[in-house]
Design a protein around this ligand. Structure first.
Ligand SMILES: O=C(O)[C@H](O)[C@@H](O)[C@H](O)[C@H](O)COP(=O)(O)O
Length: 239
């Protein structure tokens, strides 16, 4: 595993570096396999990507968007990550709705997780752990990533690729999430971490190596990049 940490002054600087990394990953994947399989997170990332996607020069038709995690709510609910991306990307790029591989929000979390695994097997070789070209990850102030929360039994899931959670400490409570076997099989994982509120947990993870969920993103044959602004990095002694 190759880990790189980028500490940049502002969110805009982070986003312009991020755009370059995403564009390169897409170009490589499309030239090698004629498709780019990217996993998206929710939260503040939606607005961040809406800002930079128009700057990316690519064949959007070759992109397929998956969800690192998703809330079990209707797509028109303000908590729906897919719904938020649809709104944010409207007229921003020529991305079509059917390029998103979405959950079935009418199912229970348990059924939706099984259903999502079936959907993944359309895009990845059956029986192999899905290998995403790029996962874009956020991190909560408690060190969670995707919908993998500190101390939750899901952290130990070692075979199921997509799992349900019905007691998420971050509302809404019912979600599905990729699990570590899939997360750590990705070619590249990129964390985008902005703001003072993340500084204490960034120190715990990047300096003290506390095994919080985000710290456990350690791709076996891949790279993990941490993009931090100065505020998020402010408690790192090396900073
Ligand atoms: O849908 C979700 O809730 C996310 O996938 C979640 O893992 C998010 O990435 C972190 O909570 C960070 O969110 P912020 O970037 O908004 O702090």
């Amino acid at each position: 595993m190759d880990k790189k940490i980028y500490i940049l002054s502002t969110e805009d600087e982070i986003l312009s570096h991020l755009a370059q990394k995403i564009q390169t990953a897409a170009t490589n994947a499309i030239s090698q396999q004629n498709i780019f399989k990217i996993g998206l997170s929710g939260g503040s990332m939606v607005k961040q990507l809406a800002k930079i996607f128009p700057t990316i020069c690519t064949d959007w038709s070759k992109w397929r968007f998956f969800f690192c995690d998703e809330r079990m709510v209707p797509f028109d609910d303000s908590e729906s990550t897919f719904g938020a991306y649809l709104k944010a990307f409207k007229n921003v790029t020529d991305i079509k709705e059917d390029q998103f591989v979405t959950i079935n929000p009418d199912l229970s979390a348990e059924e939706a997780a099984k259903d999502y695994i079936k959907k993944l097997s359309i895009y990845f070789p059956p029986n192999d752990i899905p290998k995403f070209d790029l996962l874009l990850l956020g991190m909560g102030p408690d060190g969670h990533t995707c919908s993998l929360f500190p101390g939750h039994p899901l952290l130990e899931e070692s075979s199921v690729w997509v799992a349900p959670i019905v007691n998420s400490p971050k509302p809404p409570p019912c979600r599905i999430t990729l699990t570590f076997p899939v997360i750590n099989n990705a070619q590249i994982s990129i964390f985008i971490i902005i703001g003072e509120s993340k500084a204490p947990v960034i120190k715990k993870i990047l300096e003290d190596n506390e095994p919080l969920p985000a710290q456990r993103v350690q791709p076996s044959n891949g790279n993990v990049l941490w993009f931090l602004d100065k505020a998020a990095a402010s408690q790192l002694t090396s900073n």
